[in-house]
Design a protein around this ligand. Structure first.
Ligand SMILES: *Cc1c(COP(=O)(O)O)cnc(C)c1O
Length: 222
């Protein structure tokens, strides 16, 4: 199937409240153009240099979402144009994004990455660590970022019950934050979860951004 057909198929499955981030990492600009001409505007990348190259050559109305682990020393490169940063996993990173966003006179929407998977290697706050950071309150002084929600990745497994349990954990924590710390913040509304293999489950648990790569663009070579 071609990219356009797959995109249309995925979009027909998404509720109105769920947006598609087409994860184009490791795929060439040509593949992105194909998706772009099929109407897709939100693309997800996970490496700064690769994103820089693509941002330079591709249409300016693309909304780039950074979905990977972001190093503080690289924030400055993408701050002038990035539409959303999905995987903020420390206060230090949030602070740096704020500084760089200020230089561009922008407010950058950020999602806090919450560790829900079994794998030890994945980044992110535990819910307790995240609540602690938020309760400290320093983030409230950061005027050039907005905390728009949370993001997470389920364990890479065939065990659907396990994946579902992890998504429920994220959904529950999202609702908790929304009704407490972020009660007065309308901009806190995004729950980024679900990838090629598990997005149907994620949608059932309230995902507002699914991040889908290989299902659209095929196997990545890396
Ligand atoms: C690569 C990646 C995806 C997309 O994964 P697929 O299985 O190809 O859909 C989604 N989210 C993050 C954070 C990723 O790094």
């Amino acid at each position: 199937m071609d990219i356009k057909t797959i995109l249309n198929e995925i979009k027909s499955e998404l509720p109105q409240t769920t947006q598609l981030v087409a994860v184009s990492k490791f795929h060439p600009a040509e593949a992105i153009k194909e998706a772009y001409y099929a109407g897709q505007r939100i693309f997800g990348e996970s490496k700064v240099q690769e994103l820089e190259n693509k941002h330079t050559v591709l249409p300016k109305d693309i909304e780039w979402h950074f979905i990977g682990h972001l190093q503080t020393n690289k924030v400055k490169y993408i701050a002038p144009y990035i539409s959303m940063i999905h995987a903020v996993d420390s206060y230090k990173l949030l602070d740096e994004i704020n500084k760089q966003a200020a230089k561009s006179n922008r407010i950058i929407p950020c999602l806090l990455e919450i560790h829900i998977a079994q794998e030890e290697t994945k980044y992110g706050f535990t819910p307790d660590e995240c609540t602690e950071m938020l309760n400290e309150g320093k983030w409230k002084d950061l005027k050039n970022i907005s905390i728009s929600g949370i993001m997470g990745m389920a364990t890479n497994t065939d065990d659907e019950a396990m994946i579902e349990k992890e998504f429920i954990k994220l959904e529950t924590y999202f609702k908790e934050l929304k009704s407490t710390i972020f009660k007065e913040y309308e901009s806190f509304k995004e729950l980024s979860m679900g990838m090629s293999e598990d997005y149907h489950l994620a949608i059932r648990h309230g995902s507002t951004f699914v991040r889908i790569g290989s299902k659209i663009f095929g196997i990545r070579n890396y």
